[in-house]
Design a protein around this ligand. Structure first.
Ligand SMILES: CC(C)(COP(=O)(O)OP(=O)(O)OC[C@H]1O[C@@H](n2cnc3c(N)ncnc32)[C@H](O)[C@@H]1OP(=O)(O)O)[C@@H](O)C(=O)NCCC(=O)NCCS
Length: 207
């Protein structure tokens, strides 16, 4: 019998499972294990800072006690960027020294992202202060859990005072593009971000 699956708030014991999901879905939705110098590099950018700094806005899909999907993010991107620089970067900077820029390799470009959280502050995104990441392991995709995770995040971000959320996804991740459009996300144009499609959505439909 398959274990039951339900959504619940993140807890610290989920950290390893969340890191694993992040790397297994990190190549435009496909498995990114072995793509970078460490399988922890992607999660150290796209999961770890959120779990450390914004754990109240992290939720997991629990299958028999193990996280098999998650949504995480922040209600206030500018404050999050400050906390990333002050409290997250010092924890990981020794493991990922700042590369000589402009970064040349894929590893260097990712590590530069880690060292420049301010790159999240594009002027076009200012009206949408929250942002999120959602990822599910393949065997639980396509069953409505992605929608439920995003809706859970939107409600939590609204409760935290954010009127709207933005996110970015690789143009090559056609499945995610269709998913966000189906959920009513609207496209945004952000200068200098070729290769990524940005979307926004209000956190609540109530007036
Ligand atoms: C993208 C992802 C989060 C979507 O979650 P999911 O659980 O598979 O999607 P759901 O089953 O909740 O689908 C929600 C809605 O989107 C629609 N949808 C999902 N994928 C679609 C597609 N490729 N084309 C058209 N509609 C799609 C569903 O039909 C559903 O519509 P409905 O709720 O009106 O019936 C999930 O597939 C995933 O984690 N993929 C790998 C990691 C990834 O790409 N993450 C996003 C990175 S930005």
């Amino acid at each position: 019998m398959r274990p039951t699956v339900h959504l619940r708030p993140y807890r610290p014991s989920d950290r390893g499972a969340v890191y694993d999901i992040c790397v297994r879905t990190g190549a435009a939705g496909q498995d990114a294990r072995g793509h970078y110098l460490s399988d922890e590099l992607l999660p150290d950018i796209y999961a770890g800072p959120y779990l450390e700094l914004e754990s109240a806005l992290a939720f997991v899909l629990d299958e028999g006690g193990r996280a098999v999907g998650y949504v995480l993010g922040t209600a206030d991107t500018p404050s999050f960027v400050e906390a990333w620089r002050a409290r997250w970067l010092p924890r990981v900077a020794e493991r990922y020294p700042r590369p000589v820029e402009p970064a040349g390799t894929a590893n260097e470009r990712l590590i530069a992202t880690l060292h420049h959280p301010e790159w999240m502050l594009a002027p076009e995104l200012v009206p949408y202060p929250a942002h999120l990441h959602v990822d599910l392991l393949p065997h639980v995709q396509g069953a409505g859990f992605g929608r439920r995770l995003v809706e859970t995040f939107l409600a939590a971000a609204a409760a935290a005072g954010a009127p709207s959320v933005h996110l970015g996804t690789a143009n090559s991740n056609t499945r995610a593009l269709r998913f966000y459009e189906r959920l009513g996300f609207q496209r945004l144009t952000v200068a200098g971000t070729e290769g990524t499609t940005y979307f926004w959505h209000p956190t609540t439909t109530r007036p």
